[in-house]
Design a protein around this ligand. Structure first.
Ligand code: PEP
Ligand code: MN
Length: 337
Protein backbone atom coordinates (compact mmCIF):
# COMPACT_ATOMS: atom_id res chain seq x y z
CA UNK A 1 0.00 0.00 0.00
CA UNK A 2 0.97 3.60 -0.41
CA UNK A 3 0.91 6.08 2.44
CA UNK A 4 0.42 9.47 0.85
CA UNK A 5 1.87 12.23 3.02
CA UNK A 6 0.47 15.73 2.97
CA UNK A 7 2.53 18.28 0.97
CA UNK A 8 3.05 20.05 4.31
CA UNK A 9 4.31 16.96 6.14
CA UNK A 10 7.62 17.51 7.90
CA UNK A 11 10.63 15.20 7.66
CA UNK A 12 9.99 14.25 11.27
CA UNK A 13 6.39 13.25 10.52
CA UNK A 14 7.55 11.18 7.55
CA UNK A 15 10.15 9.42 9.73
CA UNK A 16 7.55 8.83 12.38
CA UNK A 17 5.21 7.09 9.92
CA UNK A 18 8.07 4.97 8.63
CA UNK A 19 9.07 3.96 12.15
CA UNK A 20 5.52 2.98 12.97
CA UNK A 21 5.24 0.86 9.83
CA UNK A 22 8.58 -0.84 10.51
CA UNK A 23 7.50 -1.60 14.09
CA UNK A 24 4.42 -3.30 12.60
CA UNK A 25 6.61 -5.52 10.42
CA UNK A 26 6.43 -3.56 7.15
CA UNK A 27 9.30 -2.73 4.81
CA UNK A 28 9.17 0.91 3.80
CA UNK A 29 10.27 2.64 0.61
CA UNK A 30 9.85 6.40 0.79
CA UNK A 31 9.69 8.30 -2.48
CA UNK A 32 10.36 11.99 -2.16
CA UNK A 33 8.42 13.73 -4.94
CA UNK A 34 8.57 17.37 -5.89
CA UNK A 35 5.24 18.13 -4.22
CA UNK A 36 4.70 15.36 -1.75
CA UNK A 37 6.27 12.27 -0.31
CA UNK A 38 4.70 8.85 -0.55
CA UNK A 39 5.79 5.83 1.44
CA UNK A 40 5.49 2.40 -0.13
CA UNK A 41 4.79 -0.13 2.63
CA UNK A 42 5.25 -3.79 1.80
CA UNK A 43 3.99 -6.40 4.22
CA UNK A 44 0.93 -8.25 5.38
CA UNK A 45 -1.75 -5.57 5.49
CA UNK A 46 -4.17 -7.92 7.28
CA UNK A 47 -2.03 -7.25 10.35
CA UNK A 48 -2.61 -3.53 10.07
CA UNK A 49 -5.25 -1.34 11.59
CA UNK A 50 -5.14 1.29 8.81
CA UNK A 51 -6.84 3.83 11.06
CA UNK A 52 -3.72 3.76 13.21
CA UNK A 53 -1.64 5.05 10.29
CA UNK A 54 -4.27 7.43 8.89
CA UNK A 55 -4.41 9.18 12.27
CA UNK A 56 -0.68 9.89 12.39
CA UNK A 57 0.24 13.55 11.86
CA UNK A 58 1.10 14.43 8.25
CA UNK A 59 -0.72 11.46 6.67
CA UNK A 60 -3.12 12.39 3.87
CA UNK A 61 -4.47 8.96 2.93
CA UNK A 62 -3.67 5.32 2.26
CA UNK A 63 -4.02 3.79 -1.18
CA UNK A 64 -3.70 0.06 -1.86
CA UNK A 65 -1.39 -1.05 -4.69
CA UNK A 66 -3.42 -3.44 -6.77
CA UNK A 67 -0.64 -4.87 -8.91
CA UNK A 68 1.40 -7.84 -7.62
CA UNK A 69 4.58 -5.89 -8.34
CA UNK A 70 4.46 -3.06 -5.86
CA UNK A 71 7.76 -1.17 -5.88
CA UNK A 72 8.15 -1.44 -9.67
CA UNK A 73 4.66 -0.14 -10.29
CA UNK A 74 3.64 3.28 -11.47
CA UNK A 75 0.89 3.17 -8.88
CA UNK A 76 3.60 3.70 -6.25
CA UNK A 77 5.80 6.12 -8.19
CA UNK A 78 4.35 8.32 -10.88
CA UNK A 79 7.53 10.06 -11.99
CA UNK A 80 9.82 8.21 -14.40
CA UNK A 81 12.86 6.68 -12.77
CA UNK A 82 16.07 8.00 -14.26
CA UNK A 83 19.21 5.92 -13.88
CA UNK A 84 22.21 8.16 -13.55
CA UNK A 85 25.74 6.95 -14.24
CA UNK A 86 28.04 9.97 -13.96
CA UNK A 87 26.73 12.31 -16.68
CA UNK A 88 24.61 9.67 -18.44
CA UNK A 89 20.90 9.69 -17.63
CA UNK A 90 18.90 6.68 -18.79
CA UNK A 91 15.17 7.40 -18.96
CA UNK A 92 15.54 11.14 -19.56
CA UNK A 93 14.96 13.03 -22.83
CA UNK A 94 18.20 11.86 -24.39
CA UNK A 95 18.13 8.33 -25.78
CA UNK A 96 21.01 6.16 -24.65
CA UNK A 97 22.64 3.77 -27.08
CA UNK A 98 24.61 0.78 -25.84
CA UNK A 99 26.68 -1.04 -28.44
CA UNK A 100 29.49 -3.52 -28.87
CA UNK A 101 30.09 -7.17 -29.66
CA UNK A 102 28.11 -10.03 -28.18
CA UNK A 103 31.26 -11.26 -26.47
CA UNK A 104 34.66 -9.83 -25.65
CA UNK A 105 36.92 -11.99 -27.84
CA UNK A 106 40.35 -10.44 -28.13
CA UNK A 107 41.91 -7.17 -27.12
CA UNK A 108 42.68 -5.61 -30.45
CA UNK A 109 39.32 -6.27 -32.14
CA UNK A 110 37.48 -5.22 -29.03
CA UNK A 111 39.25 -1.89 -28.53
CA UNK A 112 38.87 -1.05 -32.22
CA UNK A 113 35.13 -1.72 -32.06
CA UNK A 114 34.86 0.27 -28.83
CA UNK A 115 36.43 3.35 -30.39
CA UNK A 116 34.19 3.08 -33.43
CA UNK A 117 30.91 2.76 -31.50
CA UNK A 118 31.94 5.69 -29.33
CA UNK A 119 32.61 7.82 -32.40
CA UNK A 120 29.20 6.86 -33.79
CA UNK A 121 27.42 8.08 -30.63
CA UNK A 122 27.15 5.12 -28.26
CA UNK A 123 27.45 6.04 -24.58
CA UNK A 124 27.73 2.54 -23.18
CA UNK A 125 29.89 -0.34 -24.37
CA UNK A 126 28.55 -3.87 -24.28
CA UNK A 127 30.52 -7.12 -24.36
CA UNK A 128 29.95 -10.44 -22.63
CA UNK A 129 32.71 -11.99 -20.56
CA UNK A 130 30.42 -14.68 -19.12
CA UNK A 131 28.28 -16.03 -21.94
CA UNK A 132 25.14 -18.11 -21.35
CA UNK A 133 25.34 -20.40 -24.41
CA UNK A 134 22.76 -22.95 -25.48
CA UNK A 135 25.53 -25.42 -26.30
CA UNK A 136 28.08 -26.36 -23.64
CA UNK A 137 30.63 -26.69 -26.49
CA UNK A 138 30.21 -23.09 -27.72
CA UNK A 139 32.54 -20.24 -26.67
CA UNK A 140 31.66 -19.44 -23.06
CA UNK A 141 33.47 -16.10 -22.74
CA UNK A 142 36.86 -14.98 -21.43
CA UNK A 143 35.54 -14.49 -17.89
CA UNK A 144 37.77 -12.28 -15.70
CA UNK A 145 40.26 -11.73 -18.53
CA UNK A 146 37.36 -10.36 -20.59
CA UNK A 147 36.23 -8.15 -17.71
CA UNK A 148 39.71 -6.64 -17.58
CA UNK A 149 39.53 -5.83 -21.30
CA UNK A 150 36.17 -4.15 -20.70
CA UNK A 151 37.76 -2.14 -17.94
CA UNK A 152 40.64 -1.05 -20.15
CA UNK A 153 38.25 -0.09 -22.96
CA UNK A 154 36.33 2.00 -20.42
CA UNK A 155 39.49 3.87 -19.45
CA UNK A 156 40.54 4.33 -23.08
CA UNK A 157 37.21 5.53 -24.46
CA UNK A 158 35.27 6.95 -21.51
CA UNK A 159 32.38 4.65 -22.40
CA UNK A 160 30.50 3.02 -19.51
CA UNK A 161 30.34 -0.77 -19.44
CA UNK A 162 27.40 -3.16 -19.45
CA UNK A 163 28.16 -6.87 -19.14
CA UNK A 164 26.27 -9.98 -18.16
CA UNK A 165 26.51 -11.84 -14.89
CA UNK A 166 25.22 -15.40 -15.04
CA UNK A 167 26.01 -16.74 -11.59
CA UNK A 168 25.59 -15.47 -8.04
CA UNK A 169 29.26 -16.32 -7.37
CA UNK A 170 30.43 -13.83 -10.01
CA UNK A 171 28.36 -10.80 -9.02
CA UNK A 172 31.19 -9.25 -7.04
CA UNK A 173 33.83 -9.56 -9.74
CA UNK A 174 31.50 -8.40 -12.54
CA UNK A 175 30.42 -5.42 -10.41
CA UNK A 176 34.06 -4.54 -9.83
CA UNK A 177 34.78 -4.07 -13.55
CA UNK A 178 31.46 -2.75 -14.89
CA UNK A 179 28.90 0.04 -14.59
CA UNK A 180 25.75 -1.96 -15.36
CA UNK A 181 25.09 -5.60 -14.48
CA UNK A 182 23.17 -7.38 -17.22
CA UNK A 183 20.74 -10.13 -16.30
CA UNK A 184 20.17 -12.13 -19.47
CA UNK A 185 16.88 -13.48 -20.76
CA UNK A 186 17.73 -16.99 -19.56
CA UNK A 187 18.25 -15.78 -16.02
CA UNK A 188 15.28 -13.45 -15.71
CA UNK A 189 13.70 -15.79 -13.21
CA UNK A 190 16.89 -16.87 -11.44
CA UNK A 191 15.60 -15.47 -8.18
CA UNK A 192 18.80 -15.97 -6.19
CA UNK A 193 20.71 -14.04 -8.83
CA UNK A 194 18.08 -11.28 -8.83
CA UNK A 195 18.41 -10.94 -5.07
CA UNK A 196 22.17 -10.89 -5.32
CA UNK A 197 22.28 -8.04 -7.85
CA UNK A 198 19.58 -6.35 -5.77
CA UNK A 199 22.03 -6.28 -2.89
CA UNK A 200 24.55 -4.24 -4.93
CA UNK A 201 24.27 -0.57 -5.79
CA UNK A 202 25.00 -1.09 -9.49
CA UNK A 203 22.35 -0.38 -12.12
CA UNK A 204 20.89 -3.60 -13.53
CA UNK A 205 19.88 -4.21 -17.15
CA UNK A 206 17.05 -6.72 -16.79
CA UNK A 207 16.27 -8.50 -20.02
CA UNK A 208 12.87 -9.99 -20.62
CA UNK A 209 12.78 -13.79 -20.35
CA UNK A 210 12.43 -15.87 -23.50
CA UNK A 211 8.78 -16.60 -22.79
CA UNK A 212 8.03 -14.23 -19.95
CA UNK A 213 4.86 -12.22 -19.69
CA UNK A 214 5.18 -8.55 -18.87
CA UNK A 215 3.86 -9.28 -15.40
CA UNK A 216 6.51 -11.97 -14.78
CA UNK A 217 9.16 -9.57 -16.02
CA UNK A 218 8.01 -6.81 -13.66
CA UNK A 219 7.89 -9.35 -10.82
CA UNK A 220 11.56 -10.10 -11.59
CA UNK A 221 12.26 -6.36 -11.30
CA UNK A 222 10.36 -6.42 -8.00
CA UNK A 223 12.83 -9.01 -6.65
CA UNK A 224 15.71 -6.64 -7.36
CA UNK A 225 14.02 -3.54 -5.93
CA UNK A 226 12.80 -5.36 -2.85
CA UNK A 227 16.39 -6.44 -2.20
CA UNK A 228 17.32 -2.75 -2.09
CA UNK A 229 18.30 -1.75 -5.62
CA UNK A 230 15.83 0.28 -7.66
CA UNK A 231 18.29 1.15 -10.44
CA UNK A 232 16.78 -1.10 -13.06
CA UNK A 233 16.66 -0.70 -16.82
CA UNK A 234 14.24 -3.11 -18.49
CA UNK A 235 15.14 -4.51 -21.90
CA UNK A 236 12.72 -5.94 -24.46
CA UNK A 237 14.78 -8.46 -26.47
CA UNK A 238 12.08 -10.41 -28.27
CA UNK A 239 10.03 -13.35 -27.12
CA UNK A 240 9.36 -16.88 -28.37
CA UNK A 241 6.41 -17.11 -30.72
CA UNK A 242 5.32 -19.51 -33.49
CA UNK A 243 7.17 -17.31 -36.00
CA UNK A 244 10.52 -18.67 -37.17
CA UNK A 245 11.48 -16.05 -39.77
CA UNK A 246 13.29 -14.12 -37.06
CA UNK A 247 15.22 -15.47 -34.05
CA UNK A 248 12.60 -14.03 -31.69
CA UNK A 249 9.61 -11.74 -32.13
CA UNK A 250 10.10 -8.23 -30.83
CA UNK A 251 7.15 -7.21 -28.70
CA UNK A 252 6.92 -3.54 -29.58
CA UNK A 253 3.70 -3.18 -27.63
CA UNK A 254 5.57 -4.13 -24.46
CA UNK A 255 7.26 -0.72 -24.62
CA UNK A 256 4.16 1.49 -24.14
CA UNK A 257 2.58 -1.12 -21.87
CA UNK A 258 5.61 -1.19 -19.54
CA UNK A 259 5.74 2.61 -19.61
CA UNK A 260 2.17 2.66 -18.35
CA UNK A 261 2.62 -0.04 -15.71
CA UNK A 262 6.04 0.89 -14.38
CA UNK A 263 8.19 3.91 -13.65
CA UNK A 264 11.34 2.06 -14.75
CA UNK A 265 13.13 2.95 -18.00
CA UNK A 266 12.94 0.47 -20.87
CA UNK A 267 15.27 -0.05 -23.80
CA UNK A 268 15.11 -2.48 -26.74
CA UNK A 269 17.57 -5.02 -28.11
CA UNK A 270 16.81 -5.35 -31.83
CA UNK A 271 19.82 -7.65 -32.34
CA UNK A 272 18.64 -10.59 -30.23
CA UNK A 273 15.05 -9.85 -31.20
CA UNK A 274 15.72 -10.47 -34.90
CA UNK A 275 18.89 -12.54 -35.09
CA UNK A 276 19.65 -10.89 -38.44
CA UNK A 277 21.62 -7.67 -38.88
CA UNK A 278 19.48 -6.61 -41.85
CA UNK A 279 16.42 -6.09 -39.68
CA UNK A 280 18.16 -4.25 -36.87
CA UNK A 281 17.80 -0.84 -38.50
CA UNK A 282 14.01 -1.04 -38.95
CA UNK A 283 13.34 -2.42 -35.48
CA UNK A 284 15.59 0.12 -33.80
CA UNK A 285 13.47 2.84 -35.35
CA UNK A 286 10.25 1.08 -34.37
CA UNK A 287 11.38 0.77 -30.74
CA UNK A 288 12.34 4.44 -30.50
CA UNK A 289 9.08 5.48 -32.14
CA UNK A 290 7.21 3.36 -29.57
CA UNK A 291 8.85 5.22 -26.68
CA UNK A 292 11.95 3.20 -25.76
CA UNK A 293 14.54 5.06 -23.71
CA UNK A 294 17.41 3.61 -25.69
CA UNK A 295 18.80 0.60 -27.50
CA UNK A 296 21.40 -2.10 -27.02
CA UNK A 297 22.86 -3.17 -30.34
CA UNK A 298 25.46 -5.79 -31.24
CA UNK A 299 28.32 -4.35 -33.30
CA UNK A 300 31.37 -6.31 -34.39
CA UNK A 301 34.38 -5.17 -36.40
CA UNK A 302 34.21 -8.31 -38.53
CA UNK A 303 30.90 -10.13 -37.96
CA UNK A 304 31.91 -13.05 -40.19
CA UNK A 305 34.62 -13.93 -37.65
CA UNK A 306 32.57 -13.33 -34.49
CA UNK A 307 32.62 -16.17 -31.98
CA UNK A 308 29.07 -15.41 -30.95
CA UNK A 309 26.04 -13.83 -32.70
CA UNK A 310 27.90 -12.70 -35.83
CA UNK A 311 24.81 -12.94 -38.09
CA UNK A 312 22.97 -10.32 -36.03
CA UNK A 313 25.93 -8.00 -35.51
CA UNK A 314 26.20 -4.73 -37.40
CA UNK A 315 29.49 -3.59 -38.88
CA UNK A 316 30.61 -0.32 -37.25
CA UNK A 317 29.87 1.69 -40.41
CA UNK A 318 26.29 0.43 -40.54
CA UNK A 319 25.89 1.19 -36.86
CA UNK A 320 27.10 4.76 -37.41
CA UNK A 321 24.62 5.15 -40.26
CA UNK A 322 21.81 3.81 -38.06
CA UNK A 323 22.55 6.31 -35.28
CA UNK A 324 22.39 9.12 -37.83
CA UNK A 325 19.04 7.88 -39.15
CA UNK A 326 17.65 7.49 -35.63
CA UNK A 327 18.07 11.20 -34.93
CA UNK A 328 15.01 12.08 -37.02
CA UNK A 329 12.91 9.39 -35.36
CA UNK A 330 13.99 10.61 -31.92
CA UNK A 331 13.01 14.15 -32.85
CA UNK A 332 9.58 12.99 -34.02
CA UNK A 333 8.84 11.65 -30.53
CA UNK A 334 10.35 14.64 -28.71
CA UNK A 335 13.56 12.87 -27.79
CA UNK A 336 17.15 13.39 -28.84
CA UNK A 337 20.31 11.37 -29.38
C1 PEP B 1 23.34 -10.97 -24.94
O1 PEP B 1 23.01 -9.80 -24.67
O2 PEP B 1 24.39 -11.27 -25.54
C2 PEP B 1 22.39 -12.06 -24.61
C3 PEP B 1 22.81 -13.29 -24.37
O3 PEP B 1 21.12 -11.65 -24.62
P1 PEP B 1 19.77 -12.39 -24.16
O4 PEP B 1 19.95 -12.72 -22.72
O5 PEP B 1 18.72 -11.36 -24.41
O6 PEP B 1 19.61 -13.60 -25.04
MN1 MN C 1 24.48 -11.90 -28.17
Amino acid sequence: MIIVMSPLATKEQINNVEEKLVSLGFKTHPIYGEVKTVIGAIGDKRLLDTQLITNLPGVENIVPIMKPYKLASRELKQANTIIQIDDIRIGDDELIIMAGPCAVENEQVFYETAHKVKKAGAKILRGGAFKPRTSPYAFQGLEEEGLKMLHTARAETGLKIVTEVVDTRDVEVVAKYSDILQIGARNMQNFRLLREVGATNKPVLLKRGLSATIEEWLMAAEYIISAGNSNIILCERGIRTFETATRNTIDISAIPVVKELSHLPIIADPSHATGTWKYVNALSKAAIAAGADGLIIEVHNDPSKALCDGPQSLKPERFAQLVEELKAVALAVNRKI
